[in-house]
Write a protein that binds this ligand. Structure first.
Ligand SMILES: NC(=O)c1ccc[n+]([C@@H]2O[C@H](COP(=O)([O-])OP(=O)(O)OC[C@H]3O[C@@H](n4cnc5c(N)ncnc54)[C@H](OP(=O)(O)O)[C@@H]3O)[C@@H](O)[C@H]2O)c1
Length: 257
């Protein structure tokens, strides 16, 4: 895939109110793009609008709720005939406590991270197909999709589902000229990870993550994974014989899990 600049495009980004999505939206606005921002809390998107009121539109929605996504879709249709880049970043993380196995947790996480992503593709695919500027779908998976990690039964599975879905979609949209990329962030300092009570190796700032993402998105890399040291450690772990991989994984299990 050849390189396509992330300037002067119409870009829709979900989960833009905090963390990675907010930093990415700020960078994309600064680069002169028209940016449509989505998350549940409209008030937390107002600061992005104030950066460039004529180039930023707010479409608030809960991607886990079909009715909310339906009205989001009509809002998008009212705003524009085409979108050049869709960045599917809205996400949540809940870790499982196996002493109180809770399948409702799986439902909450999957509804946002995976089904929510699919709903957003459904809501925007016709707009991407109208783009004359090499349309691109970018979905945020996670380094947690690389191999099974303790307490990530739901979160890791939701992000592995994102990965698998986008691998298939890249094949099925190829003939239509829609590119697909998958992003695998390691630990990024955001409200989502500030809740974590375990060590986060190679933690990076959301601004550093955005630099990696913009570089990868412009290069149209299929997999955008960072930071490299964490990604390679997890890939090596995934390649180990099962007994060794299991033993290494056990060393990460908390005493009270
Ligand atoms: N931070 C990391 O280390 C890390 C690592 C790997 C992958 N990721 C992924 O990167 C993405 C961004 O994470 P982050 O760390 O920046 O988290 P964050 O700061 O908590 O941001 C999550 C964003 O998603 C929105 N959101 C959550 N639930 C939503 C829903 N039901 N409908 C619409 N929007 C919703 C939130 O806004 P509202 O609350 O206003 O809806 C917020 O804008 C997520 O997909 C996450 O899984 C993060």
């Amino acid at each position: 895939m050849s390189s396509v600049s992330l300037r002067n495009r119409t870009i829709w980004i979900t989960g833009a109110s905090t963390g990675i999505g907010k930093s990415l939206a700020e960078a994309l606005i600064a680069r002169g793009n028209r940016v449509i921002v989505t998350s549940r809390r409209e008030e937390s998107l107002l600061s992005l609008k104030s950066l460039a009121p004529d180039r930023v539109d707010i479409v608030a929605a809960d991607v886990s709720k079909p009715d909310s996504v339906l009205s989001m879709r009509s809002e998008l249709d009212k705003l524009t005939n085409s979108i050049d880049t869709v960045i599917l970043n809205a996400g949540t993380c809940e870790y499982l406590d196996t002493n109180q196995f809770d399948s409702a947790l799986f439902d909450r996480v999957i509804q946002v991270n995976f089904v929510g992503l699919a709903r957003c593709i459904e809501a925007s695919i016709h707009l991407l197909q109208n783009s004359a500027l090499s349309p691109h779908i970018v979905g945020i998976s996670s380094a947690a999709a690389i191999t099974g990690l303790p307490r990530a039964e739901a979160y890791g599975a939701s992000k592995a589902a994102v990965e698998s879905c986008l691998e298939s979609l890249a094949l099925d949209l190829d003939a239509q000229g829609v590119d697909v990329s998958i992003v695998y962030p390691g630990f990024v300092d955001t409200p989502l990870t500030r809740k974590n009570d375990f060590p986060m190796p190679f933690l990076m700032s959301s601004d550093q993550a955005v630099i990696e993402m913009i570089k990868g998105i412009e290069a149209r890399k299929f997999r955008i994974a960072f930071p490299k040291r964490l990604i390679w450690s997890l890939k090596l772990m995934a390649m180990l014989p099962d007994k060794l991989r299991h033993r290494l994984g056990l060393s990460m299990v908390r005493d009270n899990a």
